[in-house]
Structure formats: C-alpha cells, structure tokens
Write a new protein. Structure first.
Length: 94
C-alpha cells in the first residue's frame, strides 16, 4: 500500500501537471484565435508571434515537468501531449 504522505504528494503533482496542461491548452487556443483575428486584420503579426511564443513556452513547461516527474505522466497524457505538439507545429508552421 502507498503511504498516505506519498499519495498526497503524488496527488499534488498530478494536480500540478493538470494545471500545466490546462495552461498549455489555453495558450494553444489563444494562438489559434489570435491567428484568426490576424487574418481578419484585428490583430498584428507581432500579436501572433507573441501568442506562438506563449504556446511554445507552455508546451515546454509540460515537457519539463514530465522530465522531472515521469511517474506522474500517463498514456492519456502522452497522447494529449503529442496532439498539442502537432497542433503547435501546425499553427506555427515549424
């Protein structure tokens, strides 16, 4: 059985990872919206560049967290992460 303190620590890490993933998803959504607005002339190219940098940083934060805490990452996380990175590449053309 997992000691109570270990379970609490794992839960806290899982919560932290979920928050990072939510922030990543929000940043990717913001990039998509900013790109759409730029196409309509409602946002500048600089706005798109800033949104792309924010999305990339958010993706890197999740990757860094996973490197530090690989025992927290699940198969579902891996699939979500891969989808997010593909979305970032598609949106930025990188």
């Amino acid at each position: 059985m997992i000691p109570p303190d270990a379970a609490t620590g794992r839960d806290a890490l899982a919560d932290q990872r979920r928050e990072l993933a939510r922030a990543r998803d929000k940043a990717l959504q913001n990039l998509l919206i900013t790109q759409e607005y730029a196409q309509e002339g409602r946002r500048s190219r600089e706005d798109v560049t800033a949104a792309a940098a924010e999305a990339e940083a958010a993706c890197q934060a999740v990757t860094a967290f996973d490197a530090m805490h690989p025992h927290i990452r699940t198969t579902g996380n891996a699939e979500d992460d891969a989808q997010a990175l593909r979305g970032l590449q598609r949106l930025t053309g990188a």
